[in-house]
Design a protein around this ligand. Structure first.
Ligand code: NAI
Length: 331
């Protein structure tokens, strides 16, 4: 029996995580849950958005399913997501993108994965105001972080039967930082002769993604470029509501919906739980429960193909009715 840390989070988190939990249980997966609280509501109750006990629970179980968390307004509060990523060294942000028959999207038959470096690049938070008219930010790229993210992308490609890894960079301009990332990627690629490798400059990659997304299989990118192409990629397959995500490290992984807490629709049974459900399916596969994870994905796909979907995708179902429809497809 695998124990999973379960964090409902804020706003629609309660609805979409309840949906994902019910579907995981209906898939036949042998799991139990350890519920922990984090986010703005937790901050109101306990004075901080995330307690060490939550991080300790994720570390001990090695895996968490998490709903969106809002960052409380006010000084001294760090984002729950940043805290989890930093403290548990979750260096991979994994965003598989697939289109579903029946869901309106710019392209059909998309199946590509973005592997984003999560710990360095321009997101290390070193900025300085030199004078009133000048501010500077520091970008850090290391061989250690570049090697491990590219290695993760190749191992993922191999495990998932993918054929090609593309490194995304701007090494023509940032010769030292992105140049180091690209050199690391080229070197690591030599250890994977069974997987094709190429590289693409970020601006050209954005145009390609919009015009010819089929030219990509697995994309690996430093932090900022990965952030941008992840959302661009979501737009190709029907938006953030259907795109799952995970933050993964050597010792722990947190699977979560990629959208926010959507306070405008919270508690109204209007949320689309697909992103949370597909994140949970990824989690099952990550835990070795491949058949159960696939069963969940197939059940979601069958709902969409039959026109069963939530309002924001053009359907008529609420969050609960959609959850029931997915479960019915697994019987
Ligand atoms: P949001 O993603 O919560 O909402 C943007 C728009 O999309 C809203 O109109 C919302 O109703 C709609 N929407 C989002 N998810 C939906 C779903 N599953 N089904 C149907 N409609 C959906 O982004 P926003 O408003 O910028 O952020 C709200 C809060 O969420 C903020 O406090 C933000 O910090 C937090 N947030 C947390 C994230 C996380 O924990 N991973 C990620 C993004 C935002």
């Amino acid at each position: 029996m695998q124990t999973i840390t379960l964090i409902y989070g804020d706003g629609i988190g309660k609805e979409v995580i309840a949906s994902a939990k019910a579907i995981v249980e209906a898939s036949g997966a042998q799991v139990d849950w350890e519920v922990q609280e984090a986010g703005a509501e937790a901050a109101e109750k306990y004075g901080k958005p995330i307690d060490d006990a939550v991080l300790e629970s994720i570390s001990r179980n090695g895996v968490a399913l998490k709903g969106p968390t809002a960052t409380p307004i006010g000084k001294g509060f760090r984002s729950v997501n940043v805290e989890i990523r930093k403290r548990l060294d979750l260096y991979v942000n994994l965003r598989p993108l697939r289109s579903f028959e029946g869901v309106k999207s710019l392209y059909q038959n998309i199946d590509l994965t973005i592997v984003r470096e999560n710990t360095e690049g321009l997101y290390i938070g070193i900025e300085k105001q030199v004078d009133e008219g000048r501010a500077e930010a520091t970008k850090v790229i290391t061989k250690k972080a570049s090697d491990r993210i590219v290695k993760y992308a190749f191992d993922y490609a191999r495990n998932m039967g993918k054929k090609k890894v593309t490194a995304i960079h701007k090494a023509n301009i940032m010769k030292l930082t992105d140049g180091l990332f690209l050199n690391c990627a080229k070197e690591i690629a030599q250890g994977y002769p069974d997987i094709a490798f190429n590289d693409k400059i970020i601006d050209a990659a954005c145009m390609d993604l919009a015009l010819n997304p089929y030219s990509y299989d697995v994309m690996v990118a430093p932090n900022l470029y990965g952030d941008i192409i992840s959302d661009l990629g979501s737009a190709l397959v029907g938006g953030l509501g259907v795109a799952p995500g995970a933050n993964i490290g050597e010792n722990a992984a947190v699977f979560e919906a990629v959208h926010g807490s959507a306070p405008d629709i919270a508690g109204k049974d209007l949320a689309n739980p697909t992103s949370a459900i597909l994140s949970a399916a990824m989690m099952l596969k990550h835990l070795g429960m491949k058949a159960e994870g696939q069963r969940v994905e197939d059940a979601v796909a069958a709902c969409f193909a039959a026109g069963k979907m939530t309002g924001e995708l053009g359907g008529t179902l609420g969050c609960k009715a959609f959850t029931d429809a997915v479960i019915a497809n697994m019987r």
